[in-house]
Design a protein around this ligand. Structure first.
Ligand SMILES: N[C@@H](CCC(=O)N[C@@H](CS)C(=O)NCC(=O)O)C(=O)O
Length: 218
């Protein structure tokens, strides 16, 4: 099935190219899919469609049990108005600020970090309180994939920042590892672009940091 997703060359440095993809997603965003004549955007809708349209997807990804399914919708909706605002907001503002030294958004960074910390705490103490995976499940669902991937983008921050933010949340850290293992080897495959972008971003940040240090010594 053809799909649009970021790659290391477009991620954060060339998303403008997505303007060319408006025939698939008029919102000019990724992800988006094409299945025959059917086009769909919005990551959660895509995950639900894939589980529903293709026979052979194991039931735990999107359980047929109505109450289990409703819980998955609940955590997916929570994700977009909480964890995503924090995680994407923080990465976007920090990485942008470092990409272009003329721009810095300290207020946006602080606000995003506050939302992120509140969301990680809810994950630790509520969503992961009853099981290895979200909403008390012993096996992963589409919600685990979606939320873990949201957190994975924190890898674009410096290693120190990433550890400072995540390490207080032991259940969250274990859950990320469990989700990685449950989806191996695909997890690393789909995150390859992220780690390529990480390398470039961290090198850029280090160069900028050294430049600023030199300037302050002059
Ligand atoms: N709610 C959407 C969010 C999609 C989204 O924000 N995509 C970002 C990349 S993660 C994007 O394409 N940004 C480019 C832009 O907005 O110009 C979903 O879950 O699919």
């Amino acid at each position: 099935m053809p799909f649009l997703c970021p790659d290391s060359s477009s991620f954060l440095f060339g998303l403008k190219r997505l303007a060319d993809c408006s025939a698939i997603n008029p919102m000019h965003q990724v992800p988006a899919i094409v299945d025959g004549r059917f086009k769909l955007f919005e990551s959660h809708a895509i995950l639900i469609y894939i589980c529903s349209a293709f026979p052979g997807v194991a039931n735990h990804w999107y359980p047929s049990d109505l109450s289990k399914r409703a819980k998955i919708h609940s955590v997916l909706d929570w994700h977009h108005s909480n964890l995503r605002r924090g995680s994407a907001g923080l990465v976007f503002n920090i990485v942008l600020a470092h990409r272009d030294s003329h721009h810095s958004y300290p207020q946006a960074v602080n606000q995003a970090e506050e939302i992120l910390i509140r969301s990680l705490s809810k994950l630790e103490n509520f969503w992961l309180k009853d099981g290895r995976f979200l909403v008390g499940s012993s096996q992963p669902s589409i919600a685990d994939i979606s939320l873990v991937c949201e957190i994975m983008q924190l890898e674009l921050l410096s290693e120190m920042e990433c550890n400072r933010i995540l390490s207080p949340y032991k259940k969250v850290v274990n859950w990320i590892e469990d989700t990685k293992k449950a989806t191996a080897p695909h997890f690393d495959e789909v995150h390859d672009f992220l780690f390529k972008a990480q390398k470039r971003i961290r090198e850029r940040m280090t160069t900028e940091f050294r430049k600023n240090e030199m300037k302050s010594k002059l």
